[in-house]
Design a protein. Structure first.
Lengths: 336, 336
DNA sequence: CACTTTATCCGAAACGTTTCGGATAGTTAA
DNA sequence: TTAACTATCCGAAACGTTTCGGATAAAGTG
């Protein structure tokens, strides 16, 4: 546990000089600097980030608030992909990552601001937060730099990265329409999620632009869960058999819909077309494989981190980034 | 940013008393304690963990070294599951998690000990490290408390959690033997991974105990990759068509094997049986679904964290934990 | 009454950095 | 020659805690 002080003793200079030498200041002689560097290496010195953080009031760490890291969320590893992206960027830009779990009640005892201030994180990335989460309000009022994944809130200190969910949903529904479908239902996710509202909007726009009437009772809530989606689709199918296509706001729900159809003896895509959203790993493995709207969650994470660091270093021109989505055609949709 | 000092001023006591009041020491009057607590709440105080860590020489954080958080590793989310388990336990036991990425060359500039000491982590969990990784040697020599996932190294300060990989592999192969197979090949993973050695051992034991000769050239290396496994199985099949079953050391490789068979016009399981290892999510979604050896990675992570915290708090009786594996029968194996 | 206890409190040092405001000696410009 | 620079260094304060070793006064003990 050698400190700057140890080095200063060996080198016969003050701690000030050691500090300045190590940090590349110009007011230290090249020879002394070399000597100090050598001694530091020899003594196997590594700086104490706690002490440094204490005086500098920053810690080179980014806080990561994730929900959906529980046992159940293993099926769609969107969360993991985002995390990988963040991690990648963060280590490139020389920050460290500290993980907060917002699912745990334990951590819920602390407010958002407390959480951040205690650990002196320089900035925060938030992923998977719901619109009605009290944390969100705090985020907007706080002055801690923050980037939200998939929630478009922008203030002086908070930015976001997202895909254009309206456009994405529109693409999906337009694809169905191009295939000749007119009776298109939608399985949406929890409407406490921002993306749900957006995808619904895209669905409605696509229909309207093509002169198709939106029917309220054809829009059902699958809560982003496979099981739930299966149930609602089951009752949807029995009440309105004229439906020929279903747009699902997530692949997981699309898989639920798939099961519902199979249970009803309908074959996908011949009897009914299903299109999903996300392009999760499973999408290409289920039978029939899912046609879907792909979003690159790894990139989403990467961009989120990149944006945050830009903001921290004062070189962010704008505080949001919008990524592209892409239609991926597989086997679950067909022309009628 | 209220500090303990601010509180002391308002309360008219010394910082010592505030500190001791907040930390529940007995030598402070209940009334003053109450007053202090109230003021603290009112001033919205939260302690500075940096300052605390500096003087206490510990930080209530656990370092997490993971490899396999890159773009490619999205398919098997074993890593993610472990991470979820760790996260869950860690937040229950009131620690925070700091993430180090060992893939990045950036972080590789620092030694393991540097990484840990700089951040003053109390302990470390390491996941996905290879046997020939220089970090591993450092871990064993260092005095930083550490728990390894799936590498059985035990010293005064390091422990591990793993499954019995020999037994797991043995179960798999025995299952094949029970189904009447005698000509059983093995696709192993990189032999720089500890689990590979173990699973190979289990394979050999199972064969020997049943009087079947182990053939060296029936054991091939798929490097834990789907593509690679496909290739080696392809050449295996053409050179030794008498093989009736393949034991793969991971589900991902089993999927590669599956593809290889299909490409050769063999139908699984009728022409050839395939058994995997891990029970990843995809295992139940591929066709035919994979019979495999399940290990509960969430629990693995949870136990790793639990063990580490036990060690940190001096209440670990033993420094290793062994988890169970389970045979999961699906469609990829059949009796001959 | 002269002590020992007990209940409360506090001052100051310590943790390992960074940085502000000089200090010193040699060099340059006028 | 003298004033102004320049290059190089350093002392000390500051960051926000914890904790050791007392200090004070009231209460108990014989």
């Amino acid at each position: 546990m050698t400190t700057i002080k140890d080095i200063s003793k060996v080198a016969g200079v003050s701690v000030t000089t050691v500090s300045r030498a190590l940090n590349g200041y110009s007011d230290v002689n090249e020879e002394t600097r070399k000597k100090i560097l050598e001694i530091a290496k020899q003594l196997n010195y590594s700086p104490n980030t706690l002490a440094r953080g204490l005086v500098m009031k920053k810690s080179q760490t980014i806080g990561l608030l994730v929900s959906g890291m529980n046992r159940e969320s293993v099926k769609d590893n969107l969360t993991f992909q985002v995390l990988c992206g963040i991690n990648e960027c963060v280590s490139v830009r020389n920050y460290d990552l500290i993980l907060f779990n917002t699912d745990s009640t334990r951590q819920r005892e602390k407010t958002y601001t407390q959480l951040c201030r205690e650990r002196k994180v320089d900035g925060v990335i938030i992923q998977g937060i719901k619109l009605d989460d009290p944390y969100l309000k705090e985020v907007m009022e706080s002055d801690i730099p923050c980037v939200l994944v998939d929630i478009p809130v922008e203030t002086n200190t908070v930015g976001y990265v997202t895909t254009d969910n309206v456009l994405g949903a529109k693409k999906a529904v337009e694809h169905l329409i191009e295939l000749g479908h007119q009776n298109i239902a939608m399985v949406n996710g929890s409407n406490q999620a921002f993306v749900s509202k957006q995808r619904l909007k895209g669905y409605e726009i696509a229909l309207k632009e093509n002169g198709i009437k939106v029917k309220r009772n054809w829009i059902v809530d699958g809560e982003f869960k496979e099981e739930m989606a299966k149930e609602v689709v089951l009752s949807l199918l029995s009440s309105t058999p004229e439906i020929t296509a279903i747009f699902c706001a997530s692949d997981l729900m699309a898989m639920g819909a798939l099961k519902a159809c199979q249970e009803q003896g309908l074959v996908v895509p011949n009897d009914i077309s299903i299109i999903g959203y996300d392009d999760i790993l499973l999408a290409s493995y289920v039978t029939p494989s899912l046609t879907t709207i792909k979003q690159d969650m790894f990139e989403m994470g990467y961009e989120a981190a990149d944006l945050l660091v830009d903001m921290l270093e004062g070189k962010a021109k704008k505080r949001h980034r919008i990524l592209e989505t892409k239609l991926v055609q597989r086997e679950s949709c067909t022309r009628i």
